[in-house]
Design a protein around this ligand. Structure first.
Ligand code: GDP
Length: 295
């Protein structure tokens, strides 16, 4: 992930470090290249602009550290600004409230929602919790079967949803069933469509209203770049999401979604999907990601 951005930034920083002392011109030329690299990585233009302004402001305010060369100092400031851009500290899944705690997964069809439900179940189980999976997409029988298979693979119970049931009823009944089964976390895999539409949003709002989930996670495909950012904004406006799971980061060489979502929506990326296997889910740490980008 981030290969092309990393490579470009590496080039800029090598040139900056090559100078013994840095003039204002060296720095502003370097930052112009950083801005271009961000735009090529499909970072939202407003985010790229603000980013450069923040780096400049920090550079002016910084005391010169004797242990670092001027070039190293710029890299350090870029690293800190990137970390802040992605939210600063890691934000965990909200599991507060009485058991079983409902967690709602939303997103477009194909974004990786069902896979993420399985990944999250596996992760929670490894942390000592007892997850319960709920297929709440009654429009595609294949979606129900897919989640059943995922559940069987990791030995996590799955609610017996039927396509003739109402999605809100499914979620309500599933919570009762999860309680009876001694489970403490209910993962609701809701319906996705190819595009956002009012019917879908109304259904998701009804589930949110009825279940009052502790967290609502939007699963967005990192490879769709700015589309993922627009998606996050639209879902948040309609549904007030708690955070984002950015899936398919393993296939995303650019990184625009990861870098833009926080500042455009104000919502944190909580997890990233890094492969097709159910173990391929990582907690998102802005500082680690910034260091990964800067190599
Ligand atoms: P849904 O329609 O949103 O439920 O999407 P699915 O969970 O069915 O996922 C769609 C496709 O994306 C499947 O082929 C998954 O294996 C794949 N997928 C999901 N997450 C990831 C990921 O993090 N990395 C990769 N490489 N593939 C993923």
């Amino acid at each position: 992930m981030f290969e092309s951005l990393s490579e470009k930034l590496d080039g800029v920083f090598k040139r900056l470090k090559g100078h013994g002392t840095l003039t204002e011109k060296n720095i502003s030329d370097g930052l112009r290249e950083v801005r271009l690299a961000l735009l090529e990585a499909d970072v939202h233009f407003k985010v790229a602009k603000q980013f450069i302004a923040d780096v400049k402001e920090r550079s002016l305010g910084q005391e010169v550290m004797r242990s670092l060369t001027p070039g190293q100092q710029v890299v350090k400031i870029v690293n800190e600004t990137l970390t802040d851009l992605m939210g600063g500290a890691h934000e965990a899944l909200d599991l507060s409230g009485t058991h079983p705690v409902p967690i709602m997964l939303v997103g477009l069809q194909g974004s990786g929602k069902t896979t993420t439900a399985g990944k999250l179940a596996l992760k929670l189980r490894k942390e000592g919790r007892k997850p319960y999976l709920v297929p709440a997409d009654v429009y595609r029988p294949a979606a129900i079967d897919q989640l059943k298979k995922v559940g069987a693979q990791i030995d996590v119970p799955v609610f017996e949803s039927r396509t003739d049931m109402d999605p809100v009823d499914i979620c309500r009944q599933a919570r009762v069933a999860a309680h009876k089964a001694g489970c403490d976390t209910v993962l609701l895999d809701t319906a996705g469509r190819l595009h956002i539409d009012e019917t879908l949003m109304a259904e998701l709002q009804a589930i949110r209203e009825a279940l009052q989930p502790a967290d609502v996670l939007l699963v967005a495909d990192a490879m769709t770049g700015q589309d993922a950012v627009n998606m996050a904004k639209a879902f948040d406006d309609a549904l007030h999401i708690g955070g984002v799971v950015l899936s398919k980061m393993d296939g995303d060489a650019r990184g625009g979604a990861a870098l833009s979502i926080r500042s455009i929506t104000g919502k944190p990326i909580k997890f990233i999907g890094v492969g097709e296997k159910l173990a391929d889910l990582e907690a998102f740490h802005p500082d680690r990601m910034a260091s990964r980008i800067l190599g």
